[in-house]
Design a protein around this ligand. Structure first.
Ligand code: NAD
Ligand code: UDP
Length: 337
């Protein structure tokens, strides 16, 4: 296939581009570099020895995107582009709704205009809010207990894609609900490069280990979990990338929704210890009050994806920490742009 990756210069997009190229697919990247750099795409080119056409455009801008994609051929789309910082979404709700919703609307119209009828969408486990049953499967209600505009944009985008498919039955769409992506390509050449202070646990821990930050703030240690800290399902970004390829290769008319997670829960302190072991560096931490909107435990039941996509995670949290350390120690300032 020839796959358009919106937001393909970002963390998950670059790793997915690499796996797609290694499987013999072709990729085209569209990105506005609002949270990434062209250097990330150059590194994927080096690692795979393939050229990647790179288109700079704001996907939320219909005219700019249509002009930028004129004459560019693709037969399927993985839609990663969007803003993803939860705290920022609370502070800037209109910006988040505009960018994340408009991008999807522009993309769907453009796909229909051009008869491109295969779409994989980056959704999130955040649509489950605080589920009653953990591990959570795809039957659990979505949208109840979503606590921030970012999460709402994922929930709304899922619905927009379902409605678009009803009106355009040839469309095949897969909604992938990611749990917590971590790690990096084992080469250490590509990885997660957050701007400013990381919001997420793993990049924060990595920056403490490399000496960029003094200590980790652990958000609460009185949750009803084995050690009192929050439990999440950390999925290696290479496993996640492979999940996209599996979804794309099996896409058929209709809408399918899958959890992409490992099914294994790890606490904040598990993650700290795993990173210390992988890096050989101490990760000092201090317990602070819980972060607003956080849930105690969110772990995937990935059985549906295991069965229907013939996909499962094969990499552990320890491996993710080793690979993340390879990236962080070789690139303490990320891509440096
Ligand atoms: P990222 O920020 O690294 O990648 C997103 C990319 O989209 C960036 O390269 C950014 O420059 C680009 N982008 C943003 N707005 C754009 C626009 N208007 N036009 C064109 N490009 C634009 O994030 P990521 O971690 O790779 O996440 C990819 C997708 O997966 C996002 O939709 C995110 O919400 C979703 N997701 C991520 C996580 C996670 O923890 N990383 C979890 C669940 C879902
Ligand atoms: N967390 C933490 N300190 C941080 C960042 C996160 O203790 O600096 C905790 C957070 O409370 C949650 C887990 O780490 O229990 C994962 O948080 P992250 O923001 O990475 O992902 P989320 O699951 O919230 O999307």
């Amino acid at each position: 296939m020839r796959v358009l990756l919106t937001g393909g210069a970002g963390y998950i997009g670059t790793h997915t581009a690499l796996v797609l190229l290694e499987r013999g697919h072709e990729v085209v990247v569209l990105d506005d570099f609002s949270n990434s750099s062209a250097e990330a795409v150059r590194r994927v080119e080096q690692l795979t020895d393939h050229a990647i056409p790179l288109i700079e455009a704001d996907l939320a801008d219909r005219y700019e995107t249509r002009a930028a994609l004129e004459g560019v051929e693709f037969d399927s789309v993985i839609h990663f582009a969007g803003l993803k910082a939860v705290g920022e979404s609370v502070a800037q709700p209109t910006r988040y709704y505009r960018v994340n919703i408009d991008s999807t609307l522009v993309l769907l119209d453009l796909m229909q205009e051009r008869g491109v009828d295969k779409l994989v969408f980056s959704s999130s486990a955040t649509v489950y809010g605080d589920p009653d049953i953990v591990p959570v499967n795809e039957q659990a209600p979505a949208g109840i207990g979503v606590t921030n505009p970012y999460g709402w944009t994922k929930f709304m985008n899922e619905q927009i894609i379902r409605d678009a498919q009803t009106a355009w039955p040839e469309l095949g769409a897969v909604l992938l609900r990611y749990f917590n992506p971590v790690g990096a390509h084992p080469s250490g050449k590509i990885g997660e490069d957050p701007l400013g202070i990381p919001n997420n646990l793993m990049p924060f821990i990595a920056q403490v280990a490399v000496g960029k930050r003094e200590k980790l703030a652990v958000f609460g240690d009185s949750y009803p979990t084995p050690d009192g800290t929050g439990v999440r399902d950390y999925i290696h970004v290479m496993d996640l990338a492979e999940g996209h390829v599996a979804a794309l290769e099996r896409i058929a008319a209709g809408v399918k929704t899958y959890n992409l997670g490992s099914g294994v829960g790890s606490s904040v302190l598990d993650a700290v210890r795993a990173f210390e072991a992988a890096s050989g560096r101490p990760v000092p931490y201090e317990v602070v009050p819980p972060r607003a909107g956080d849930v105690a435990e969110l772990v995937a039941d990935p059985a549906l994806a295991n069965r229907e996509l013939e996909w499962q995670t094969t990499r552990s949290l320890a491996e993710a920490c080793t690979d993340s350390w390879a990236w962080q120690s070789a690139n303490p300032d990320g891509y440096g742009e």
